[in-house]
Design a protein around this ligand. Structure first.
Ligand code: PRX
Length: 641
């Protein structure tokens, strides 16, 4: 296929980098002199005290520290400092499920709400370093809660409202949270999610929690059924509107966010104060070329890293006006996103390929019914975007005048790593693009040999950047083992990539046992253990496969115990098991009942064979079968389809 490129128009750029030559010059400087580069960038934040050292430690010793000695507060940077000139500018536009449900928060109103909540948290005994769990839908209180924690130095851990009570419980147990903020229910389209009920279930085994603040969103009465229950709104109404920001050290923890890996339970990725905030602030501004008063809409849920870095911290530190939407993109119909763009005059729309693929399937009509004339830029994140989907986004949604900015990054990286820069770098559909400043990507083969020029391999980072995670909460060794020992001296991303002759990167997907389904990251091991927790199951193997809408679908091969009757009811039971242990996002799309699994003689499941089987590969596509312990299994597997 002939690869197409769209050229940048540097005349349209409002802030630096101003053109491609400028990018190249700054990039070189950022790699050669990272400390000087980041010290200059640090002017983007307000500091109580400057740093003694910009960067210390390294990837080998797993002890990277940025801006050591500096003091600052994240909430001050995201809210208070904007009050001087912009107290009455809009900070948050909240759009509910129904068209008429709209709320606006100015920076002054946001500040007041944060201070009130921060005082409630303090009154409940929360202080610097304590962990607070946030289990909320897409309502302004989710953002207010994050910033109230940051204000008093509490460490938040947001749990996606789609996760089950059991997932919530394991996160609360791991962080030993003292306080949980939740709502009675969440509404998504026509469905309601019983958040408070899930918290009640989770707390059956969480002795660290002493308070649960409940937002009576759907009007439920918060009647103190349990002694730890507090009505959020009543508590806020009584609280003082002044609350000073706690002075934080650069490396004090800001938040913990759980993410799935190839093995074990999800890891608590820990981000710290200065490096993370600076990185999200600078990347947001420079990649999107954000201009004051632009309306910015990121469709991510607050429970994921995109919701942290590019819905809350990066934009608010830039004094942006952000839009958050509580509903689903197909309610009441598939035109909803474009209608919201018109209704609120959205300038920047940042979403995931899954959503674009889903809306593209409904054709151009629902898009073209709307004007979308306010749009300046379109962004994408979370999964590889197929070139034809990229083209549709560019041609139909953006009417050929909005650059499509593909941003590759991870929970662990804190912010954009490989990306296009609006009107600075040319756009190549399907390619995430070039490294952000200070990012030094490299490709290595499985033996760790560095691959040069046009090539493909494992994507690694050769240098630390300020937004890098610092540890896995409570398990530093796991951090080292997962990210830093596979290829010593490098941070290992778990992704495969190819690099073209111009140095543009195209992400080819995960190379480990992690599935990226509909932009959500789930470890195969987590789903397997949910499946085998059912007493009728002997063994399970889960793989991802190409799925036209979700990017990757989830396929489970399960071996029932002897004598178990295999029928539709058993399938349903297994699906329920996954929903209960993890959440609906991890439900397998396909379940195959088998008598055996393809294993090596040492007992390792050969997942690549399973992947090929589910994708319809013929026997010749299955690769080397010589290490199979029981070659006859292949016949059984091929007969499944
Ligand atoms: O495989 C990559 C994919 O999503 C993974 C990170 O997932 P998570 O930590 O949940 O963060 C998602 C939002 C930043 C990566 O290892 N990924 C993310 N962005 C892209 C992507 N794959 C291709 N292109 C992208 N733009």
């Amino acid at each position: 296929m002939l690869e197409k490129t769209y050229l940048a128009d540097a005349n349209k750029r409002a802030s630096g980098p101003y053109n491609f030559a400028d990018y190249l010059k700054q990039y070189q400087f950022s790699i050669e002199k990272p400390a000087e580069f980041w010290a200059e960038q640090a002017q983007a934040l307000a500091w109580y005290k400057p740093w003694d050292t910009v960067l210390s430690g390294d990837l080998v010793q797993a002890n990277v520290r940025w801006f050591e000695g500096a003091l600052l507060n994240v909430c001050f940077n995201c809210v208070d400092r904007h009050l001087v000139n912009s107290a009455n500018e809009t900070a948050i536009i909240w759009q509910g499920n129904e068209f008429e449900q709209v709320k606006y928060f100015t920076y002054a109103q946001l500040h007041e709400q944060i201070c009130r909540l921060a005082n409630v948290l303090l009154s409940k005994g929360i202080s610097k370093g304590d962990r607070v769990c946030i289990y909320l839908p897409m309502i302004p209180e989710a953002i207010i809660s994050m910033l109230a924690c940051a204000r008093i130095g509490a460490v938040h851990t947001v749990v996606f409202a789609g996760f089950s009570a059991e997932s919530l419980q394991s996160r609360i147990q791991d962080t030993q949270c003292k306080l949980v903020i939740t709502a009675d229910e969440a509404v998504r389209g026509n469905k309601s999610v019983p958040l408070k009920l899930n918290v009640d279930l989770a707390l059956k085994n969480c002795s660290s929690v002493t308070t649960v603040l409940v937002i009576a969103k759907m009007g439920a009465e918060i009647n103190g059924q349990h002694e730890w229950e507090v009505d959020y709104r009543a508590a806020i109404a009584d609280a003082d509107i002044n609350c000073p920001c706690v002075v934080m050290a650069a490396e004090d923890p800001l938040f913990i966010l759980y993410t799935s890996g190839s093995t074990g339970k999800p890891k608590g990725v820990l981000h710290t104060t200065a490096g993370y905030l600076l990185y999200t602030t600078v990347t947001f501004k420079q990649v999107f070329d954000y201009r004051l008063n632009e309306i910015y809409w990121c469709t991510a849920d607050v429970g994921w890293i995109t919701g942290h870095s590019y819905m809350v911290y990066g934009p608010l530190a830039n004094r942006a006006t952000i839009l958050i939407y509580e509903g689903i993109p197909t309610y009441p119909d598939v035109s909803r996103c474009w209608q919201i763009i018109d209704q609120h005059k959205v300038n920047i729309f940042y979403t995931a390929p899954t959503l674009i693929r889903m809306l593209m399937r409904s054709g151009n009509e629902p898009v073209q019914q709307t004007k979308r004339s306010s749009l300046r830029l379109l962004g994408t994140v979370g999964e590889p975007i197929n070139p034809e989907v990229w083209e549709w986004y560019y041609q139909v949604v953006g009417a050929e005048h909005c650059p499509v900015i593909d941003t590759w990054w991870q929970t662990e990286t804190g912010g954009f790593m490989l990306t296009a820069f609006a009107e600075v770098t040319s756009l190549k559909p399907g390619y995430a693009g070039l490294p952000f400043f200070g990012v030094k990507p490299a490709l290595v083969d499985n033996a760790g040999k560095l691959l040069m020029g046009e090539n493909s391999g494992n994507l690694v980072m050769a240098q630390s950047w300020p937004g890098q995670m610092r540890t896995v909460y409570g398990d530093h060794q796991r951090y080292i083992d997962t990210y830093l020992t596979q290829f010593p001296g490098y941070y290992y991303t778990g992704d495969g990539a190819l690099r073209d002759a111009q140095g543009f990167f195209c992400i080819t997907g995960r190379v480990d046992d992690v599935i990226n389904t509909a932009g959500h990251r789930i470890g195969t091991a987590e789903i397997e253990s949910a499946l085998v927790s059912n007493s009728q199951m002997a063994e399970a193997a889960v793989v991802g496969y190409n799925h036209p809408l979700k990017g990757q679908g989830i396929c489970a091969f399960v071996i029932p115990k002897q004598g178990v009757i295999v029928d539709e009811a058993l399938k349903e039971t297994l699906l329920k098991e996954v929903v209960q242990h993890i959440g609906a996002i991890a439900k397998p799309d396909i379940i195959y009942f088998v008598n055996n699994l393809p294993k090596t003689r040492s007992g390792k499941i050969m997942r690549r064979i399973l992947r090929k089987i589910v994708e319809g590969g013929a026997i010749k596509d299955l690769g080397d079968l010589s290490t199979l312990a029981e070659p006859d299994i292949i016949k059984e597997l091929l007969a499944l389809r």
